[in-house]
Design a binder for this molecule. Structure first.
Ligand code: PHE
Length: 347
């Protein structure tokens, strides 16, 4: 028996063995036995050196041919077994490819976030920048620098949640009761012209009901420059009202008091639901109050070393949840914080 026949023999034995395999997991054993490092074909190729030169060439070529025949057969067999296994699992009902997939839940933005963005967009379009600030704040920024001195009765306008300050500090700390402290922080860091809006969360020590939450959002606005007058305040806020509540809106300004503005106002829009005739949404008054505003108090400018003889400005603050409640007819502010998907999925 020549080496040649033994190579052919290996081939026919190998193909025979492969034909008998019906389980994909057994293929690897077969590969190791015939094609592996110490498999039968490999040992023939290893032994070539010992043969006379002509036999070496012939047997070598033959052995390499057999090798590629076996490799190809292995590949084909693997495919056949894979298909068969798939077929079996379909027929066995393990995989029902007709069952519709489960649709993944799509997330969405919280209604407050949507309205905050809408409000900010309206001001960004008018040249304002968006900035954010800390929710844990020093008394100085929340009150002092905003012209609300210690023990001043105006502090009663904001029921405050106080915080134990870090032990090395004697300075009183609180959860900010409004976003106005950011007026000071921005002006401390920059020189006019200033045009910023500040969205963020604020906190009040307050019993909750349909129109009060102990945590809610505000959007603050501040513009300081030379030659800013009350006309700029009115024009800017009027444009804002039209962008959010419709171009046919009218606005109304009435005097109001905030220690950090002079004069201070409250702005209302004519009721978009009844057009001013009076309805449930506007409590029959025809008007809906949507924000506080005013010209920045000279005392506030002095706190940040802006010269009130040179610079003037206006500021405003509004509550996005209240705006959302008006826009969408939501009758309880607590819904924004209840995490009830039946509510949230409506937006
Ligand atoms: N910070 C005030 C509040 O929370 C609102 C306001 C801001 C009023 C800016 C005037 C100017 O009630």
């Amino acid at each position: 028996m020549t080496q040649d026949t033994s190579v052919d023999e290996i081939q026919s034995q190998a193909l025979g063995a492969l034909g008998a395999i019906d389980d994909i997991r057994k293929l690897d054993e077969w590969r190791v036995a015939y094609l592996g490092r110490s498999g039968r074909l490999t040992s023939v190729l290893r032994g070539l050196g010992a043969l006379p030169p002509e036999a070496r060439r012939e047997v070598g070529q033959r052995a390499n041919m057999v090798k590629s025949v076996l490799e190809k057969a292995l590949e084909e067999k693997e495919e056949v077994l894979r298909q068969a296994e798939l077929q079996r699992s379909i027929e066995g009902g393990k995989l029902d490819i007709t069952l519709p997939g489960r649709r993944p839940n799509r997330g969405r933005l919280h209604p407050t976030t949507q309205v905050v963005r809408e409000i900010c967009d309206a001001f960004v379009a008018m040249g304002f920048q968006i900035v954010e600030g800390p929710e844990v704040e020093w008394d100085y920024y929340n009150f002092e620098a905003l012209n609300i001195p210690k023990d001043h009765p105006a502090r009663d306008m904001w029921d405050t949640i106080w915080i134990d300050p870090p032990s090395e500090s004697e300075k009183p700390m609180l959860l900010r009761t409004h976003t106005s402290p950011m007026q000071i922080r921005v002006m401390e860091k920059t020189q006019p012209p200033v045009r910023v809006v500040v969205p963020g969360k604020v906190y009040r020590y307050e019993a909750t009901d349909a129109t009060h939450e102990s945590q809610f959002y505000q959007v603050e606005g501040l513009a300081v420059d030379t030659n800013i007058t009350f006309a700029e305040l009115k024009g800017t806020l009027y444009e804002f009202a039209r962008r959010i509540f419709g171009t046919e809106r009218k606005v109304r300004f009435r005097c109001d008091y905030f220690p950090f503005v002079e004069p201070g106002v409250e702005m209302a829009i004519d009721c978009f639901a009844c057009g001013g005739r009076g309805c449930r949404i506007c409590s029959n008054s025809g008007w809906i109050e949507i924000m506080g505003a005013g010209m920045v108090h000279p005392e506030v400018l002095r706190h940040v070393n802006y010269d009130p003889e040179i610079y003037t400005g206006f500021a405003f603050g509004l509550g996005p949840e209240r705006i959302a409640m008006l826009k969408y007819g939501i009758d309880d502010i607590r819904l924004f914080y209840s995490n009830d998907l039946r509510f949230l999925y409506q937006f």
